[in-house]
Write a protein that binds this ligand. Structure first.
Ligand SMILES: Cc1cc2nc3c(=O)[nH]c(=O)nc-3n(C[C@H](O)[C@H](O)[C@H](O)COP(=O)(O)OP(=O)(O)OC[C@H]3O[C@@H](n4cnc5c(N)ncnc54)[C@H](O)[C@@H]3O)c2cc1C
Length: 360
């Protein structure tokens, strides 16, 4: 009986992006914790564009889960099914839980180990370095940040960015998109809007666009938005909890609607706010606090609630400048650059996981 009372509750966290990583870090001393992720490492997703032009930076952005989660059972496999009490993984493992937290924002990178991931960044760097001209496809935050990183690191390269929408950075206001466009064109990046690229046409280094333009480029990078990683939930007890965009519907305590012991945090949720890593970390902090209370037997009324955040987003433009959207205000240049662009919050994120700012 004593043993039963002293036993820790089992918490399964599915997804090892920033939301799942921070949650697991906060809970590992308080629960019998399982982190389920198809790869062995956590990657600081918003630093990937810098990692492609600076391999030594990549070393700090790819962190083995075991480094910051010494007290967690790490299951390196994708979750493929859940019930109200168990998660099944692609390798056929079954993890029982008292509480489940789903944090599978987007499909992660295909590389399984940290060294594979770092080799992939090195290969991207080698490709960019060897190229005279680079084509970036997509004008959302990834495409804009990658084009900016390339032209900042290699000012002599010919960089072309093609975006099928009418303007850059459609997830924030028009002014922010215009400022990013002005910055890129001032650095001689060619920006083509309202057209798509036929990537199959590029085998001889000439890519055709839907508008009949021909772009010479030695290599290309595809930077299109990633879908939510929720298709694996369609045949589960959460099938009715997914909205039309494949996001999990949650209440203001991050409980998945209709379920008492299943929570969701980060980009996978339907919370009406910009999808941002710093907000995902905020979700994780609240759910960790609430789960600690629930595991101590506290009542629902003691739980903290969450209010969707006002729009705030920062897009880096190389290492020194950026563009920021704060509610209706748009700022560009060195001030947003000072906040984000130097280190891309990598040191801060590492510290939140209890690690040193550098990778040594
Ligand atoms: C270019 C760019 C710049 C950005 N800049 C910023 C910024 O300046 N500040 C900021 O706060 N945010 C920024 N963001 C947004 C930020 O990256 C995301 O909001 C954040 O990464 C979301 O975290 P997450 O943990 O919810 O999801 P993700 O980071 O998508 O992680 C999901 C995890 O789930 C795992 N997974 C997927 N499917 C399964 C499965 N079936 N089973 C198990 N695991 C699974 C994946 O492997 C991955 O590890 C930026 C994004 C981009 C693209």
């Amino acid at each position: 009986m004593e043993k039963l009372l002293g036993e820790k509750k089992r918490v399964a966290v599915v997804g090892g992006g920033v939301a799942g990583a921070v949650l697991a870090k906060n809970l590992q001393d308080h629960a019998d914790l399982y982190l389920i992720d198809p790869k062995e490492y956590f990657e600081i997703a918003w630093a990937a564009m810098r990692a492609a032009v600076e391999p030594s930076f990549a070393e700090r952005t790819v962190i083995n889960h075991s480094e910051y989660l010494p007290k967690t059972h790490i299951i390196t496999s994708a979750a493929t099914h859940i019930t109200e009490s168990e998660v099944t993984t692609a390798q056929g493992g079954v993890v029982g839980f008292d509480y489940l937290v789903i944090a599978t924002g987007h499909p992660g990178p295909p590389e399984f180990t940290r060294s594979e991931k770092l080799r992939q960044y090195q290969a991207e760097y080698d490709r960019i370095k060897a190229a005279k001209s680079v084509l970036v496809v997509g004008g959302g935050p990834s495409g804009v940040e990658l084009a900016a990183e390339i032209i900042f690191a290699f000012p002599d390269k010919k960089v072309t960015l093609v975006h099928k929408g009418p303007r850059l950075l459609e997830f924030v206001g028009e002014k922010a998109g215009k400022k990013a466009l002005n910055w890129l064109t001032s650095k001689k990046v060619e920006v083509i809007l309202g057209q798509s690229v036929n990537l199959d046409s590029g085998s001889n280094g000439v890519y055709e666009t839907s508008g009949g333009e021909r772009i010479h480029a030695d290599c290309h990078f595809l930077c299109i938005g990633q879908p939510s990683a929720s298709s694996w939930l369609k045949e589960t007890c959460l099938s009715n909890s997914l909205d039309a965009r494949g996001r999990l519907m949650v209440d203001n305590k991050f409980k998945v609607k209709g379920h008492d012991n299943i929570f969701a945090i980060g980009d996978i949720t339907d919370i009406p706010e910009l999808k941002q890593g710093y907000l995902a970390q905020g979700h994780a902090a609240i759910v960790a606090k609430n789960l600690k209370l629930l595991m101590k037997g506290q009542s629902e009324s003691k739980l903290s609630t969450y209010k969707p955040a006002s729009p705030f987003a920062l897009v880096s433009l190389g290492k020194k400048e950026g563009v920021a959207q704060m509610m209706c205000l748009t700022l560009s240049g060195r001030v947003p650059g000072m906040i984000k662009s130097g280190d891309l919050f990598v040191g801060m994120t590492r510290k939140n996981l209890g690690l040193k700012s550098d990778a040594k």
